[in-house]
Design a protein around this ligand. Structure first.
Ligand code: PGA
Length: 253
């Protein structure tokens, strides 16, 4: 299995029928030309089942975009990790910047969700990233380190090994702006040293850290080619097969 992951976060896009069709188109292309990376799709909850049908037996993983931290009960509108598992999901996004900055999730809630994902047997992709003001004030490194620390510090080593991280600068998401490859590499290095401080060098070295923020076929190879960048979490460009596959196929074997 490749270390590199290309993940498509569809956000609030695609009905279940549209999702099934897009997943089937991607799966057909992947069967013909398997890319040199692991693929994951994050459809909206309502499309997960149809997307799984579209994927069929193709080795593409499916995940939820969020979860609630309790296992069941009176939480109107929420979805548990067990519900995602039952639909065949193997992973889940936690702490995406739109959850943090549009919906208002704080570090404490993100930490509870991360723990719930692990308890449900899902592999979390923990998203961290600074805003433009934080970057301009010179606080980017400190912000991502503190977001990662808040979510991870209570985990034991075995749990920490199961977490994938995604560095997603808020100012680069859906804006067409990307971090320079050097900035991305520097932030990934910062996150890896945070992991080393919290756990050990083995866990830090093995951890997969994805970059997200306006990744497209044209910039994927250079971003994913940076040292310490283990793949991409893709929003807009993952909404059509050509964009998603163009990024997946930019990964060198
Ligand atoms: P974008 O979104 O690729 O549209 O910038 C990335 C993300 O939010 O994961």
């Amino acid at each position: 299995m490749s270390r590199i992951i290309v993940a498509g976060n569809w956000k609030m896009n695609k009905t279940h029928e549209e999702g099934r069709e897009l997943a089937a188109t991607i799966a057909e292309a992947v069967r013909l030309h398997p890319p040199a990376c692991e693929l994951v799709l994050f459809p909206p909850f309502t499309a997960i089942q149809a997307v799984r049908e579209g994927i069929g037996d193709c080795p593409i993983r499916c995940g939820g975009q969020d979860l609630w931290y309790e296992t069941a009960g009176a939480f109107t509108g929420e979805i548990s990790g067990a519900m995602l598992k039952a639909l065949g999901c193997s992973c889940v996004l936690v702490g995406h910047s739109e959850r943090r900055h549009v919906i208002g999730e704080n570090d404490a809630l993100v930490a509870k969700k991360l723990r719930a994902a692990l308890d449900a047997g899902l592999q979390p992709i923990l998203c961290v990233g600074e805003t433009l003001e934080q970057r301009e004030a010179g606080h980017a490194g400190e912000i991502v380190a503190s977001q990662a620390t808040a979510a991870l510090e209570s985990l034991d080593d075995a749990a920490a090994r199961r977490v994938i991280l995604a560095y997603e600068p808020v100012w680069a998401i859906g804006t067409g702006k990307t971090a320079t490859p050097e900035d991305a590499a520097a932030m990934h290095a910062q996150l890896r040293s945070t992991l080393e401080r919290l756990f050990d060098a083995g866990i830090a070295g093995a951890a997969r850290i994805l970059y997200g923020g306006s990744v497209k076929p044209a910039n994927a190879a250079v971003l994913i080619g940076q040292p310490g960048v283990d793949g991409a979490l893709v929003g807009g460009a993952s909404l059509d097969a050509a964009g998603f596959l163009g990024i997946a196929n930019a990964v060198e074997s």
